[in-house]
Design a protein around this ligand. Structure first.
Ligand SMILES: [Zn+2]
Length: 168
């Protein structure tokens, strides 16, 4: 699939978004735990642990691509505090709710070997679009560096191929 690019007029491949249907912590659970202790929807996930409850929402992240006209789009999850989650849930149908929350990135991309929690800012959007994740620029991690510096088109296409071959 290709499209005619509106910024350069050339034909480009139409990149699929790289998406995760659940937070990493959900995918780690077995079927019985998922059944008993969790809720999962298209935009929210709750995990009830014995001593705490973890709340996640589905967001988007736009990875800049240095030598290409469009970004690589990700569908990723972040965990929110109880009060941020409540505010998000209460305003889920509100098309003009523009705010921001602190969130921890809750998926690990295979391109980055050290799995640490990355702090982010989560910005809600008008028109009920999924919130956008902005990684904390002060946080020292290759994922954060790539987000701000951009990746190459070759790297972006490698990531897409990687996801497509894992899903098939
Ligand atoms: Zn272009």
């Amino acid at each position: 699939m290709t499209y005619i690019c509106s910024s350069c007029g050339k034909e480009h491949p139409d990149w699929p978004a790289i998406t995760y249907s659940a937070p990493f912590y959900y995918s780690e659970l077995n079927d019985e735990e998922k059944e008993k202790n969790t809720e999962l929807g298209s935009d929210h996930c709750i995990i009830y642990n014995e001593h705490q409850t973890d709340r996640f929402i589905r967001c988007v992240l736009f990875q800049k691509v240095i030598d290409h006209c469009s970004n690589l789009e990700y569908g990723l999850w972040v965990s929110l505090s109880e009060s941020s989650y409540k505010n998000y849930a209460d305003n889920f149908q509100n098309t003009n709710h523009i705010t921001q929350y602190f969130g921890w990135l809750s998926n690990f991309l295979p391109e980055y070997s050290h799995q640490v929690n990355i702090p982010t800012l989560v910005k809600t959007k008008a028109g009920n679009k999924r919130p956008e994740i902005i990684p904390d620029p002060e946080f020292d991690h290759p994922f954060v560096k790539d987000y701000y510096q951009g990746i190459t088109k070759e790297e972006a296409e490698k990531r897409i191929q990687n996801i497509l071959s894992n899903n098939s």
